[in-house]
Design a protein around this ligand. Structure first.
Ligand code: HEM
Ligand code: HEM
Length: 421
């Protein structure tokens, strides 16, 4: 546990405790905990209706004499149980080596997600998720609401940034083999986070209810149809046979209720694991002296993280101003689909594969290939047993390179095709 955390067991011992002394025997420092009321340690039966455990409690808050503000003392008195956890976090350390740069991408993904929550909640104040009003409210946000254009542009750019950072983070942890024992669940939970982020992108795309979004969603939701049972999934997603106002309602509720809830739940587990297990170092680095030391997560690493976040924020504002996403025209189910309909860039690789497999049942084969590929990818920490024994596993590096090459080449092909239109 916490192999790179020099104070791995720090969590079990509070940092600044005074020697534990029975509360009643020692007068409390001014402004801190009051002495326990007489009779506090009496067994349950003697206290009128209030349950008291039949065992003597450990002697109270060991932090009560630490120097904090009155407000701090007030919270300490009530939450002293979690203080060892805070101490543990304070002792968390991040190894320094030539690949340390890649440790910033998880934090950057998190930062763009926070931007999404903040801008998304503000957009919600004006956005109306109905077929009749969605596009009008979307244009209203862009043109009438003070700084509404900035919020919408930042939300749209940050969505792309978040997905991009999640991909970089995934491949960097893959090539550093950070998924190896004991971090298997970090990889699995991370992959679920990526899928949920893609779900956010897919459901958000329809919300402006413009022509491009409408037809792209029609194409996107059509895909599962070729798989057995897929037609049911399509109806479920669309809320009927075709993309309609019902689909908008579904995408909206997924986008602002279900997906945020799920993502935050899985993210909590992911971040808890980061804190509990500490940050990994690439295989063999420690043994060959390539670790140039450790830096404290709090405040040193976090401060550097914050520099990345500030740069990210500046970039979002810059892109929102110089390269705004278009508003488009209102969706019309009866209009013919415009040329070159394609999904968001993060679905291009799959999209191209579907287009390449033109032989009979080709689409089904493509879907099966992708599903099997994704299952194997999520199971990598359990398949790559060599790296879990701290041995190099070059075969997995090669597999990672092939997967990356496939994604990049296919994405580039779709880009070339759309640039030629
Ligand atoms: C709790 C968090 C979120 C809320 C409350 C929220 C809310 C919204 C709302 C109200 C819209 C419609 C307004 C508009 O189109 O500008 C929207 C659009 C969108 N959202 Fe979110 N969102 C959240 C998180 C995310 C995340 C995490 C992503 C992506 C990873 C995302 C991607 C998008 C996209 C791509 C659009 C369409 C943008 C456009 O073309 O304008 N959202 N979101
Ligand atoms: C919403 C998406 C995600 C967020 C917000 C997130 C956040 C983080 C953060 C803050 C860290 C610690 C700092 C770092 O090492 O970068 C981390 C570590 C990690 N993440 Fe993620 N992550 C996400 C997605 C993913 C994905 C897609 C994967 C892989 C499939 C993944 C796998 C890991 C692993 C293995 C670590 C441990 C790294 C180490 O100890 O060296 N995460 N994540």
């Amino acid at each position: 546990m916490a192999e790179n955390n020099k104070n791995a067991m720090a969590g079990s011992a509070p940092a600044k405790p005074k020697p534990a002394a029975p509360v009643a025997a020692k007068p409390a420092a001014p402004g801190t905990a009051k002495p326990a009321a007489p009779g506090a340690a009496k067994p349950a039966a003697s206290t009128g209706g209030v349950y008291k455990p039949p065992v003597e409690r450990a002697a109270s808050n060991p932090y009560k004499d630490s120097r904090v503000s009155d407000l701090g003392a007030w919270f300490q008195e009530r939450f002293y149980v979690v203080l060892p956890v805070i101490d543990y976090l304070k002792k968390k350390e991040v190894p320094k080596h030539r690949l340390s740069f890649w440790y910033y991408f998880g934090g950057l993904t998190l930062f763009f997600f926070i931007i999404q929550i903040l801008t998304g909640l503000l957009l919600l104040q004006y956005y109306k998720p109905t077929e009749a009003e969605a596009f009008t409210s979307f244009v209203f946000i862009q043109q009438e609401v003070p700084f509404g254009w900035l919020l919408r542009q930042m939300h749209a750019w940050s969505a792309n940034a978040m997905v991009m950072m999640a991909f970089i983070h995934m491949f960097s942890t893959f090539f550093m083999k950070s998924y190896r024992k004991p971090r298997e669940l970090m990889w699995v939970s991370g992959f679920v986070l990526l899928v949920l982020s893609l779900g956010f992108g897919f459901t958000g795309y329809l919300l402006p209810w413009n022509e491009l979004a409408f037809f792209a969603t029609q194409v996107g939701t059509e895909v599962p149809k070729v798989a057995p049972g897929g037609a049911f999934l399509v109806t479920l997603l669309r809320g009927g046979e075709e993309v309609s106002g019902e689909t908008l309602t579904r995408m909206f509720s997924l986008h602002v209720v279900l997906l945020p809830g799920l993502l935050m739940l899985v993210l909590s587990a992911h971040l808890l694991l980061v804190q509990v297990l500490g940050t990994s170092a690439p295989i063999g680095y420690k043994e060959s002296g390539m670790i140039k030391g450790y830096e404290k997560f709090f405040p040193t690493f976090l401060a550097k993280d914050a520099i990345g976040w500030l740069i990210g924020f500046a970039l979002l504002v810059y892109l929102a101003v110089v390269s705004p996403w278009e508003i488009g025209v209102k969706a019309d189910a009866l209009a013919s689909a415009p040329l070159g309909i394609k999904p968001e860039w993060y679905f291009w690789a799959q999209f191209q594969l579907l287009k390449d497999f033109t032989f009979p049942n080709g689409e089904l084969v493509a879907i099966i290939l992708f599903t099997v590929g994704a299952i194997l990818w999520i199971l990598v920490p359990f398949i790559d047993t060599k790296s879990s024994k701290e041995e190099k596993s070059p075969i997995f590096t090669i597999i990672g390179l092939l997967v990356l090459a496939f994604l990049l080449i296919n994405t580039y092909r779709v880009y070339l095709e759309s640039a030629a239109l």
